[in-house]
Design a protein around this ligand. Structure first.
Ligand code: NAI
Ligand code: HPV
Length: 630
């Protein structure tokens, strides 16, 4: 059976290019006109009236041309600009236009003078471009257009297509109502509403398919494409009020992104995970084995924070799910809050403030001390502990630290070998250990007893690190002069009611886990984590993954990329390469990295592949996940 003959009829403005060409021409011709903005606004509104069918197209064209005051030289400038404004996914799939050139037509109510040179780059010859033509006067000024051309008239595209009488299935791809009506009139078999640049309800609600880009169009039609699976089909779920920049960035890259402002319970999450490819969370959402087992399509979890113990990292690995976090973005914010709280506690500022709020003036120096010269004991000298060390020293604090790992002292900080020694000498103890479960109740009654009388405790790490009952007892008895607590053993999934045993105690600063909640930190995280997610989804790069072998293989031109995640058992690589050899595939790059449980291999191949090879690779025993990138 011969393959179905198809003709592909593309619109030009806002479909093949990201812009309406006459709007761009207006920007060029009106550059020095004091009424430029007003006129451009008028042109845009006339353009839209015409596209939506509110006024006749001829009228829209006449009115716009009059306002434009353009000439031939302006058209040259326009062409140069339009060459840079081809729709991204069209440019990405240039080979489709080259390979299917004979079946591709452009029917536009724009003008051949600027369309021809743009689409010629895509191998579409002038004879398959149907559009209007300008009329010029003796000074090369544009004074009108060829009124005989059907495309200058209302519903001109219908007449044009009818005249062409194209063979086979006629598919029209465009963003405007005038494109849709070809289907309605029966001269097109299928209408694809193209929404990469603009989405018009009147067009999308009537379409056979709404295609957000060329990848989706090619996917729906089972045509060759540069991306094997259109990104708009990749569903990203962002929980816990992740900064909106993440939504922007990921949507702009073509993914379908859904946001939820709160965390979700295990059962709620399980219900949602069926169609989720990428999950973004912060410190609250528990990504358990049950959640992962319900998430067949899941490829990545992005922790938009530092801590990752809320995620079952081993189960992720076993399911071939890569986890990224943002290890640095919010560290400075935590450090600044710690410094501020240490000063506030040393000065008893919250007591004085609370008294005054209640109408009591209590001017006193009792229990109010400078930080200068006091001993600060940092427990956990990691990314946060180290930065705090430097800033605290600049304030005149005498810095000591204890870490289970051998960490180099920054500045004049002094390393202490035993926690008990650090507890005994410090005026302020601040906790910055990691979220490892082994740190549960790390600071309990015994440790507090070892602290100086009247010392201060700050916890911005994890709630379970401190035994809250022991802390309360020490604050009530006066053993400790104050505390700042940002994190709690149990934290709510969303904003609202909350209580803790520490509520109501004097000189205790309570904050709702906001150590890393600054605009700067959240913005930076919303840049950092999406970059990691995109690098993995788009090219297979796992550098900086917290649970996975780290690989980056530079992109190679004109190659296909296969990603294979498998159990790390002997012989899998040999089997992969045997399958590739059997199907005569030429490997141009291959990189394998393993850890004790999984192996991850990226293979680049420079030949068209037989689809059977994919099936065979998926069938290899021990395969966890397999993906073709391009
Ligand atoms: N309150 C908030 O909003 C935020 C809290 N955090 C929490 O802050 C903590 C520290 O973060 P980073 O400095 O980025 O982590 P990190 O991993 O860079 O440093 C942690 C350090 O603690 C040390 N450590 C672990 N257990 C220890 C123990 N029992 N005794 C002594 N040292 C120990 C480690 O060796 C490491 O040097 C983490 O728990 C993180 O989740 C981080 C950001 C925001
Ligand atoms: O980065 C971390 O580990 C934090 O504790 C901050 O978490 P959050 O993003 O504020 O839920």
């Amino acid at each position: 059976m011969s393959p179905l003959k198809r003709s592909y009829v593309f619109d030009f403005d806002s479909t093949l290019t990201r812009v309406e060409a006459l709007d761009v021409l207006a920007e060029i011709t009106l550059v020095n006109n004091p009424k430029k903005d007003e006129i451009i606004e008028e042109i845009i509104s006339i353009t839209n009236l015409g596209i939506d069918g509110e006024i006749s197209f001829t009228e829209s064209l006449e009115r716009r041309i009059k306002l434009l005051q353009a000439n031939k030289a302006d058209l040259q400038t326009l062409i140069v600009q339009l060459k840079d404004k081809v729709s991204h996914s069209i440019a990405r799939n240039k080979s489709f236009f080259e390979d299917f050139s004979e079946d591709i037509y452009v029917i536009s109510c724009g003008f051949k003078e600027f369309i021809d040179p743009i689409v010629a780059q895509y191998n579409i010859p002038s004879e398959r471009v149907f559009a209007n033509t300008f009329e010029f006067d003796e000074n090369d000024s544009i004074v009108g257009f060829d009124q005989e051309n059907v495309l200058s008239t209302h519903n001109g595209k219908i007449a044009c297509l009818k005249n062409l009488n194209l063979e086979g299935e006629v598919q029209v791809i465009g963003d405007g109502y005038s494109d849709y009506v070809t289907k309605e009139a029966g001269v097109a078999d299928k209408f694809f509403a193209y929404t990469e640049n603009v989405s018009r309800t009147k067009t999308t609600e009537n379409a056979d398919h709404v295609v957000p880009n060329m990848d989706e169009f090619l996917y729906v039609n089972k045509l060759p494409r540069t991306i094997s699976y259109p990104k708009n089909r990749i569903h990203i779920l962002l929980l816990e009020n992740v900064h909106p920049d993440a939504f922007e960035k990921l949507s702009k890259d073509g993914f379908t992104v859904e946001t939820v402002s709160t965390s979700l319970s295990e059962d709620e999450l399980i219900k949602k995970m069926k169609d989720v490819h990428v999950l973004g969370i912060r410190s609250k959402t528990q990504v358990t084995k049950r959640v992962l087992d319900a998430a067949d399509k899941l490829m990545v979890v992005g922790a938009f924070c530092i801590g990752t113990k809320q995620i079952d990292l081993e189960a992720c690995k076993e399911n071939g799910v890569v986890v990224f976090n943002a290890p640095y973005s919010n560290t400075r914010s935590v450090v600044e809050l710690a410094i501020g709280e240490i000063i506030m506690l040393m000065r008893s500022v919250f007591q004085r403030s609370t008294e005054l709020h209640k109408g009591v003036w209590n001017k006193t120096a009792a229990g109010s001390r400078e930080v200068r010269g006091k001993k600060l004991g940092i427990v956990g000298y990691g990314n946060i502990g180290k930065q705090l060390s430097v800033l605290a020293e600049a304030l005149g604090l005498d810095v000591y630290y204890y870490d289970v790992e051998d960490k180099l002292a920054l500045g004049n900080a002094t390393k202490i070998e035993k926690l008990s020694d650090l507890l005994a000498i410090s005026d302020v103890i601040t906790l910055h250990v990691d979220d490892n479960a082994a740190n549960k109740n790390y600071i309990g009654a015994d440790e507090i007893a070892q602290m100086k009388d009247g010392a201060i405790l700050v916890n911005l790490s994890r709630g379970f690190v401190v035994d809250i009952k022991a802390l309360k007892a020490a604050l009530v008895s006066g053993k400790l002069a104050g505390a700042a607590v940002d994190v709690y053993p149990e934290e709510p999934a969303k904003n609202g009611a909350f209580t803790t045993d520490l509520k109501g105690l004097e000189n205790v600063i309570l904050t709702p886990h906001v150590g890393g909640s600054t605009e700067e930190a959240q913005k930076d995280i919303a840049d950092f984590v999406p970059n990691k997610i995109m690098a993995y989804i788009n090219s297979g790069n796992t550098v900086d993954a917290v649970n996975f072998p780290n690989i980056r293989l530079p992109k190679q031109e004109k190659s296909h990329r296969f990603l294979h995640i498998h159990q790390n058992v002997p012989g899998v690589m040999a089997k992969i390469n045997k399958v590739l050899a059997k199907y005569d595939m030429n490997i141009t790059g291959q990189y394998l990295s393993t850890d004790s449980k999984v192996g991850y291999v990226i293979t680049d191949l420079n030949k068209q592949y037989n689809p059977k090879v994919i099936k065979k690779l998926k069938e290899i025993e021990g395969t966890i996940k397999f993906r073709v990138l391009y």
